[in-house]
Design a protein around this ligand. Sequence first.
Ligand code: ZN
Length: 252
Amino acid sequence: MLNVKGVVLSQTPVGEQDRFIDILTAEYGVIEVLVKGAAKITSKTGSATQLFAYSQFSLADKKHGRARILNSVSPIHIFYGLRSSVPAVALASYFSQIIGFSVLPRAGTPELLRLMLNSLHYLSEGTYPTAHIKAVFELRAASLLGFMPDVVMCRTCGTYLPAELSFSVEGGYFCCKDCRPAESMAHWIDMRAASLQAVRHIVLSDFEKIYAFRLGELAQEPLYAFAEAFLQYHIDRHFQTLDFYKVVSGGK
Ligand SMILES: [Zn+2]
């Protein structure tokens, strides 16, 4: 028997009665679980195994293919607020897809679980705009997955906080305006100091603080563009859930 806490990332019906769910755990990465009789189970089990529920799972040692079989489950936290916002649900699905694609079974991922739970909490509460939560998740997840941008200084001249700079999506480093190479500009995103400070804040701050910053409207766009492009480039995958989020959020 394995007792583990996890958040439900996805669910797939199998046959008429059962379904597979993927859960993100701190100790074992993403685990596939078979929920038998899902169509007729009690409402408690139903809510504890629904999408984005954070629950305590008790899993049998016996396996069905790769999947562990669910013995019992109880909810720890249900993010009820998600239900009232289509963009919030769409964004949570995008986060789930990123994790499902990037995290291997048996890889310990306590920080990624924490990032997911914090993001679900803020999406559910509506504490920050969805575009803000999205950028924080993308940059911090990229860093946790091994693609941390180099935010120290201009790669060429060492300036710490240039007024204007360009961030290389491909290289993951920045150059001040004076040092920026003239050629091959396709993967560079221009920004000012405030956006760079936000990138630094997201990748370097303690977990409790990563969402807590404010940016003027002009500084938001380059941050959002960089976060999305950087994650997508480095994990090398385009997610349909991102397209859906953009449709329901009006392109943000
Ligand atoms: Zn420079």
